[in-house]
Ligand binder design. Structure first.
Ligand code: ADP
Length: 559
């Protein structure tokens, strides 16, 4: 019986080095692997793209000299993995294609020739496959079952696949074998679906976090100037032709769009090819190969292009048209910058794109209600005025504490906030001879706005809407008629956010966590006695230039 081990020992590192060529496990990898080999525990792992999911399910059978069954949705993806395993001297095979050699492969499986057996979900759930799996469960030492791209199980995820739903039978056949479900994108709802459907027992939950710090996010409306004008900022004019700044994928919604856009770009000398499911397999493979080998710079594709692309230096992922959900959007942009160097992900959309997607949704399988909810969310993402990274991470219920102030390398919204605040700061009239900032006037303006509401229940947003004279329906008639309505419209949203932060710091305002009637928590802002007193006194609020609040209002670098 194997004992529980905390850290990897030399015997693990040796296998890791010999077969996989790595010196060390990444922290989450070892946590998963040791839970599988020593505790025989089920695992549900959400790991960001590039973290190294495959090692988690490839290592155990290599180390234990047993067999791992891997179920994956795409044959091309499995073929790639089988090939690269064979190169590493790890025997692997694939069942579920229409190959003639299938019978010989099955015989070899029962001769214990393979360490990893890749299977399509269709194969596992068909009669022949199910019988074969039963035979394997009694005659072979299966040490692990891995479900790759496990989000395909859930209709709340993207790429829902019917056969994935039936994979729960694996638990019945292999009652004692640990199961690992892995994916790069899953909300807690999708994770719960995965656990229920696969009948995982007290699984180890692993989430490496979703943030991809080297990706810059940007969203624009398509301009009337046409696609060439929109994409121009990704190009430079060199040697009498246009060139893209690094390897680029441009996603379009329809096949026709990919062809048209590729023709336009080619017309300007850009090395570019279309890619969609309507092209022959040979053409698609060749396109993929040329892209990986840097013989073409740009692939204009439908979302058929993506899974299984192992190209670490994709610099731009551009959506020319909108995605159908945040999940698929994030999976697609996740293909950029796997080498950790800066990458740029931009969307250009028109309202008509939503109509096209709704039309496609109405004819594809799956719940219309869920597809509509996904579209609403992506629409919200396009329209948001908060940091896009924060929006995405909050969607996946990931940590956002590190996003406490805008960074110019983060997204278009952060860049704008920095720009606006800088402009406000440059024209700020209240700097005294010592370089100190006199915020008295703005502080009073803000405090007066809060006093108008006379309630401790409102969040910062409502006061800023009021100050900036917004016609949002969140403000009542009474407030819109008030003499202070719009009294701060000469300053940006970011400016007022910073002033509010200062007033909280200096205890003129109080913060309290509240719950809405729907159960969402938010921070309510109200006047303290000190704040109420300041409105009618001669008190001054002067802040030295070294204070963090001044830094917030006066960013050092020009975004
Ligand atoms: P994912 O499926 O999570 O996107 P992969 O399994 O394809 O990621 O691995 C991503 C890259 O990380 C691969 O190039 C792989 O060789 C590398 N990798 C995985 N584990 C390690 C490790 N422990 N040390 C160094 N590199 C690793």
């Amino acid at each position: 019986k194997l004992e529980i081990k905390k850290d990897p020992g030399p015997e693990h590192i040796q296998v890791l080095l010999n077969y996989f060529g790595h010196q060390n496990f990444r922290p989450m990898q070892w946590e998963i692997i040791s839970a599988i080999i020593y505790n025989r525990r089920d695992v549900c792992a959400v790991m960001s793209t590039g973290y190294g999911k495959s090692l988690c399910f490839q290592f155990p059978s290599t180390f234990l000299s047993g067999i791992t069954l891997v179920i994956s949705p795409l044959i091309a993806l499995m073929e790639d993995q089988v090939l690269s395993l064979e190169v590493s001297n790890i025997p692997a095979c694939l069942l579920g294609t229409a190959q003639k050699k299938q019978k010989a492969v099955v015989e070899d499986i029962f001769k214990n020739k393979y360490s990893l057996v890749y299977l399509t979900p269709e194969f596992c759930t068909g009669d022949y496959g199910a019988d074969l799996l039963k035979k394997m469960s009694t005659e072979l030492s299966v040490v692990l079952i891995a479900i790759d791209e496990a989000h395909c199980i859930s209709s709340w995820g993207h790429d829902f696949r019917h056969q994935y739903r039936q994979l729960g039978t694996l638990r019945t056949i292999f009652a004692e074998v640990p199961i690992i479900a892995v994916t790069a994108t899953a909300t807690s709802r999708v994770r719960q679906d995965i656990i229920t459907n696969l009948k995982l027992r007290n699984p180890l939950h692993i989430c490496t976090g979703f943030d991809r710090p080297n990706i810059y996010f940007e969203v624009n409306m398509k301009s009337s100037g046409g696609v060439f004008k929109d994409l121009n900022k990704f190009m430079s004019y060199e040697g009498a032709t246009w060139k893209f700044s690094g390897s680029t994928i441009i996603y379009c919604i329809t096949r026709k769009e990919t062809e048209e856009l590729a023709t336009i770009l080619k017309g300007s000398g850009i090395k570019c090819l279309p890619y969609h499911a309507g092209l022959s397999i040979d053409t698609r493979e060749e396109t993929h190969r040329l892209f990986v080998k840097d013989k073409v710079d740009v692939i204009v594709a439908t979302i058929a292009f993506g899974m299984g692309i192992d190209k670490p230096d994709i610099r731009n992922v551009i959506h020319y048209g909108c995605s159908k959900s945040i999940e698929s959007y994030y999976q697609e942009v996740g293909r950029a910058g796997r080498d950790g160097l800066p990458a740029h992900c931009a969307t250009f959309y028109a309202n008509g794109d939503f109509r096209i997607l709704r039309c496609l949704n109405s004819t594809s399988s799956g719940s219309l209600e869920q597809k509509e909810a996904s579209l609403k969310k992506i629409e919200e993402y396009f329209m948001t005025r908060k940091c896009r990274r924060r929006f995405i991470l909050e969607h996946f219920e990931d940590k956002v504490d590190h996003l406490d102030k805008p960074r110019k390398t983060c997204c278009d919204i952060c860049t704008k906030i920095l720009c606006d605040a800088r402009t406000d700061c440059e024209k700020y009239e209240g700097i005294d001879e010592n370089g100190c900032y006199d915020f008295t006037k703005d502080a009073k303006t803000f405090l007066k706005a809060v006093s108008v509401f006379n309630s401790a229940k409102f969040g910062l947003g409502i006061y800023i809407l009021f100050l900036r004279g917004s016609n949002s329906s969140k403000l009542h008639e009474r407030e819109r008629k008030h003499e202070f309505f719009g009294s701060g419209k000469n300053r940006s949203e970011a400016w007022w956010q910073a002033i509010a932060k200062l007033l909280v710091q200096e205890k003129y305002l109080l913060e309290k966590t509240e719950k809405t009637s729907m159960g969402f928590t938010y921070v309510a802002i109200s006047l303290s006695d000190k704040g109420r007193g300041m409105i009618s006194s001669d008190e001054k609020l002067v802040i030295p230039p070294t204070s963090t609040i001044v830094k917030l209002l006066k960013p050092k670098s020009n975004p």
